[in-house]
Design a protein around this ligand. Structure first.
Ligand code: GUN
Length: 285
């Protein structure tokens, strides 16, 4: 039997349609929610992501601003720009697209965004909130995956969840969110011994390593729910995930396809974090 497809576009559309009345209410009572997106340099993938973020803001009625800056910008100048955005009342959310050029001090930049405006959930205050299971913006891709699991009613409590990858953006926050839903969580990475064996214990398996089709049959527990965060561009221009698409179909119980699985969720959760930040600013200053 072929595995069930978990449709990220269906979940995204639900999230966005639930946000629409909230955006309308904020706009009617005050002003539209506002998001500033900071893009440094010309990384083609980042340019596409940023374009899609701005477009989705427009579709929802969120005010957005794109600040496209040259990759020669200094850390000091970038800090100055972010400080300006921190002080503007009509900007509820600030997103600094990563990766940043190597000469820019990423840690100082992410630290400079006001935690209340950090719609990426990258500021150490929000990482602390995540670990403590307190409110605050959560990293968009893992938060979107939790929405997908919830809306497809995939049980998490008591399950073995294996996260492959330990990035600050996906692997680490993903593990924390699964833990808060009472999964037994294993984080695997490039130095893990017996990786396939560890992965096969996963009733929920999250692939976030950035290696095309790396997770094959021997990594997948029969019947598992497999979440593929990979977006690897092949030589022919096609996208392929971190999970082998034929193998996952044959072995898993349910899986997110690439494209059309996790990808659409990230922007939906960015919009959700922006609306949440606007509601917070307008009610509580
Ligand atoms: N680069 C890749 N994913 C993301 C993301 O979710 N937020 C930001 N700011 N940069 C990214």
């Amino acid at each position: 039997m072929s595995a069930r497809v978990l449709d990220g576009k269906w979940v995204r559309d639900q999230i966005l349609s639930e946000l629409r009345p909230r955006v309308e209410r904020i706009t009617r009572d005050h002003r539209p929610p506002g998001l500033a997106v900071v893009l440094v340099g010309n990384d083609p993938a980042s340019e596409i992501y940023v374009r899609n973020k701005i477009r989705t803001c427009g579709e929802l009625g969120i005010y957005s601003e794109k600040l496209a800056l040259p990759d020669t910008i200094t850390t000091g100048d970038l800090l100055g720009m972010i400080e300006g955005l921190n002080q503007r009342n009509e900007i509820d959310g600030i997103l600094v697209q990563v990766p940043l050029p190597p000469h820019v001090d990423k840690h100082r930049i992410l630290l400079s965004v006001l935690p209340d405006k950090d719609v990426d959930g990258f500021h150490p205050v929000n990482i602390g909130n995540l670990v403590a299971n307190s409110s605050g913006s959560k990293a968009c891709t893992p938060a979107g995956i939790m929405e997908l699991l919830r809306r497809y009613e995939i049980p998490i409590a008591g399950k073995n969840a294996v996260v492959v990858g330990r990035s600050d953006i996906v692997g680490k926050p993903m593990a924390m969110l699964l833990l808060h839903q009472n999964a037994t969580v294993t984080i695997c990475h490039s130095k893990t011994s017996n990786l396939a064996e560890e992965c096969r214990r996963g009733e929920i398996l999250v692939g976030a390593i950035g290696k095309p089709a790396f997770l094959t049959t021997e990594f997948i527990r029969p019947g598992a729910t497999v979440i593929d965060v990979g977006t690897n561009r092949q030589a022919d221009g096609k996208l392929i995930g971190d999970v082998n698409p034929d193998d996952v179909k044959a072995v898993a119980g349910a899986y997110t396809p690439v494209p059309g699985g996790v990808g659409p969720l990230t922007i939906a959760m960015l919009m959700a974090n922006t609306v949440q930040a606007a509601e917070h600013h307008l009610c509580c200053g």
